[in-house]
Design a protein around this ligand. Structure first.
Ligand code: C5P
Length: 308
């Protein structure tokens, strides 16, 4: 292990946000969670997490970039919690500490797993920085303790998530899909959206991936995929943010193949037929002026990776 005194090394990890192509949810369980059947796709919108040595027991974070001011920097920060959990689980009796820097592009509280991505990035960056002997599977298991989306943020690609969304099975996916993301002002809290979901009496007993979605992905058929995009949380997100209905409508009118609220929202993801159609849609949607920002991404992309 490198010495904290002599080593000036910084380890940088790049980690993608996600959209849920499908999110089917059961009712609230006794543990407060909801059983899910969800299909994640990692998309090309990345946060970066740097980790550098700090004094033993010292864990700090600085956040820069878009919406940085909205991210807590104390011990509640999910990346700090990730570094501490890794140190206490896999670095017992080692003099570990880390100064983290997070460069944000994934929206904060946007339904794209931004906080989970930063936790995943911190886990990988610190494991490399501290030279710990921890496997990808073990890192994913640790990630699941931090949040249901963290294992997927480590893995990336396209995957089916079951249980809380944290038990992953890879999904075969051919080609690349082009998305236009509409970011809204302000955040939506995931617990609040699930709370509204409960209040509305939503939740299905039969959890499954929408018919045709896996076939569409394996054959790379964007129109067929569009027909199967589903989010059970969408009515709850719309109830909390009625404005999102007009964003969804605008995307449809401007030529999106299909649209879906991403996770618990408020980000809306529009699927485009191809790259030129995505460029066209993003320009038109921007000029409508109804969103905080509009961004074009593609997926699937890998999960947390070292930047060389
Ligand atoms: O796992 P994570 O901390 O990211 O989840 C945040 C909150 O979202 C949970 O406390 C819970 O209220 C809700 N949630 C849920 N069912 C899931 C995932 C999240 O109810 N499968």
């Amino acid at each position: 292990m490198a010495s904290p005194v002599t080593e000036a090394e910084v380890v940088r990890v790049r980690v993608a946000g996600k959209v849920n192509l499908a999110l089917r949810s059961g009712r609230r369980r006794p543990d407060g969670y909801h059983s899910l059947a969800t299909v994640f796709q990692a998309v090309s919108l990345f946060d970066e997490v740097d980790a550098a040595w700090a004094r033993p027991g010292q864990f700090t974070v600085r956040v820069v970039g878009e919406q940085a001011a909205q991210v807590p920097t104390g011990d509640t920060n999910l990346a700090v919690r990730a570094a501490r959990l890794l140190a206490t689980t896999w670095g017992v009796n080692l003099p570990l500490g880390a100064d983290l820097v997070i460069r944000k592009s994934i929206p904060v509280g946007g339904g794209m797993a931004g906080g989970s991505a930063d936790a995943a990035g911190a886990l990988l960056a610190c494991a490399v920085l501290w030279d710990l002997d921890v496997s990808p599977d073990e890192l994913r298991a640790l990630g699941a303790q931090l949040g249901a989306d963290v294992p997927f943020c480590l893995a990336g690609g396209t995957a089916l998530g079951t249980n809380r969304g944290d038990e992953l099975t890879p999904v075969l996916s051919r080609g690349s899909y082009h998305w236009v993301l509409a970011f809204s002002e302000g955040e939506l809290s995931t617990p609040a959206v699930f709370g509204k979901f409960d209040e509305l009496g939503l939740g299905t007993d039969t959890l499954g991936v929408p018919d045709g979605m896996l076939n569409a992905l394996v054959s790379g058929d964007v129109l067929a995929l569009g027909r199967t995009l589903t989010n059970d949380l969408e009515p709850a997100a719309l109830a909390l943010r009625p404005h999102l209905a007009s964003v969804l409508e605008a995307g449809a009118e401007l030529g999106a193949v299909a649209s879906v609220v991403s996770g618990s929202g408020p980000t809306v993801a529009f699927l485009a037929a191809n790259e030129p159609a995505a460029v066209d849609l993003s320009v038109r949607l921007s000029s409508e002026g109804m969103c905080r920002a509009v961004k074009r991404v593609s997926g699937p992309v890998p999960g947390a990776r070292l930047v060389v």
